[in-house]
Design a protein around this ligand. Sequence first.
Ligand SMILES: Nc1ncnc2c1ncn2[C@@H]1O[C@H](COP(=O)(O)OP(=O)(O)O)[C@@H](O)[C@H]1O
Ligand SMILES: [Mg+2]
Length: 339
Amino acid sequence: MNELFNQGSDIEIVDFKEILSGKSKAKKYYLKTNKGVEMLTKITPTTNAKALTTRLENKRQRAEAIAESGVPLSRLIKIEPFGKNTVAHFYEWCKGQTVYHLLKNGELTEDEAYDLGARTGEFLRQIHSIPLRSEEWDTGLDEEVEVYNQIKKRLDNSYDKYRELRHKLPVIECLLPFFKDKGVEFLRGRKLCYAHRDYHSGNIMYDVKSKQIGLIDYSFKPGDAISDLAYVYDSTKHGGLFHPYAKGQVDGYLALLKKDAEHSNDATILLKTLREDFVFFFAAKILTLFTKNHDNGTLTQKKLESVKSIQIRVLKWLDNYFGLDDFEFTEEILEAVRK
Ligand SMILES: Nc1ncnc2c1ncn2[C@@H]1O[C@H](COP(=O)(O)OP(=O)(O)O)[C@@H](O)[C@H]1O
Ligand SMILES: [Mg+2]
């Protein structure tokens, strides 16, 4: 690790520890140098270290632009190819715990969870309102097509997978005609923005003592704003403190977007169809997350019950926030949601 990090300088690693949480294949380590600097290192396996280094360098530049606008994120400090098949990347260490951990373990009050959500919602809107750099504008059209295709492909695949599953779920049966009617056509020609692309509570650090927030595990590639906001789905799956947190996040986002709309045409356009678009992406998440986790075609009874109760929790939150009028849910589903 030392040889990887210091490259001939007088900086030494005096402490390091593997971090086992997180979803990606990358190995992650906490590091501390003899100068007292703490860092998070990711070591990512790749078949093309050069291409990955370039991608990370581009990401570093996007993150710098966003950090400069005042969004508190863990900056990418250093990128170091490590042999032919791995690249190490070093990030600023964020104090505290993931928001997921704090909400799950009830370490905040309901009001604190809401306020924290509101701040993370404002930061997300702040990211979305930063104009794309000229390099990104130049490829703007390609990116639009790419984002459209990506979202469409994911949704189409989920449709197909769902049909192969032996179990038909009432909530999804009611959602399918809605997707057919609406589709993702509305995304064509839509303006893109820097998008986090994985804005769930496990990717936000929070230090209760200093109230400092730190965004991690970002991409900031051009993407769709409301698709990014709909990551709040992940919080609504869990009930408890996650629900006020999720409400705060959307409230915070909307409050700032409304302010932006006073002087920005883009924000006005976004605001006009926000509710409708949010509901669409939320429903898409219900479908894709379900099929993604059950691609072997069968489900145990226990798993099935757990999936059903997650769907009810998600819909309860959506019903409270935006209502469920867009869908033709059966009386039975509405009763379960509103019980
Ligand atoms: N900059 C950081 N400061 C402190 N802890 C971090 C930092 N980045 C990641 N972590 C810790 O490591 C875990 C996994 O990191 P993450 O970047 O989310 O990786 P993955 O892509 O595997 O999800 C996080 O949940 C968090 O606990
Ligand atoms: Mg993560």
